[in-house]
Design a protein around this ligand. Structure first.
Ligand SMILES: NC(=O)c1ccc[n+]([C@@H]2O[C@H](COP(=O)([O-])OP(=O)(O)OC[C@H]3O[C@@H](n4cnc5c(N)ncnc54)[C@H](OP(=O)(O)O)[C@@H]3O)[C@@H](O)[C@H]2O)c1
Length: 158
């Protein structure tokens, strides 16, 4: 199964200045719970946005997609040229599309589930966005409102 995990602002922003433009501890906690034990596929810039002393993220397989064949990675992280190659190498495992924009854009067409946090903010000067969620393709299966954000799960119906 392929799940995309993301936190998204009201104007679809996911990243600004190569960082996440809010600090919501409950969202980070949920992200850790959802991704534990799974294979995270992330773009090179998302990898770089994780503080060096906190990567690879523990208790999950960290896969970094980059065209740079010499991209330096520590033990415990894997490099692939493409998302398809990464998925093929982990075909019997649970896969998480972990961002950023290019990864989400490519993986939304093959994902089964979207586990999202909708952040009740508009972010100006955003540089990375989540793709459109087509209501014909995605139906809400769970929704949990909190102060300032909502956890929401979509399942593919088409
Ligand atoms: N809110 C959230 O849930 C969330 C989640 C994750 C990330 N983010 C944010 O998103 C931002 C980073 O996202 P981004 O869109 O700028 O960058 P990104 O998708 O993380 O990384 C882009 C890079 O990944 C590589 N790449 C991606 N797709 C590829 C493909 N199909 N084939 C080959 N290489 C590919 C390329 O690396 P090379 O140039 O090295 O070839 C590309 O330049 C940061 O601000 C981060 O904090 C937010």
């Amino acid at each position: 199964m392929i799940t995309l995990v993301a936190a998204i602002s009201k104007n679809n922003c996911i990243g600004k200045d190569n960082a996440i433009p809010w600090d919501i501890p409950e969202d980070m906690k949920r992200m850790r719970e959802i991704t534990k034990g799974k294979v995270l596929i992330m773009g090179r810039k998302t990898w770089e946005s994780i503080p060096e002393n906190r990567r690879p993220l523990p208790q999950r397989t960290n896969v970094v997609i980059t065209r740079d064949k010499n991209f330096p990675l520590p033990a415990g992280a894997e490099r692939f040229d493409s998302i398809n190659e990464a998925i093929a190498a982990h075909k019997d495992e649970e896969i998480i599309g972990f961002g950023g924009q290019r990864i989400f854009e490519e993986m939304i067409d093959i994902a089964d589930v979207l586990d999202l946090t909708l952040v009740d903010q508009n972010i100006e000067n955003c540089h990375a966005f989540f793709p459109e969620i087509d209501p014909k393709v995605w139906k809400i299966s769970a929704e949990e409102k909190h102060n300032g954000f909502t956890f929401i799960t979509y399942r593919r119906v088409l």
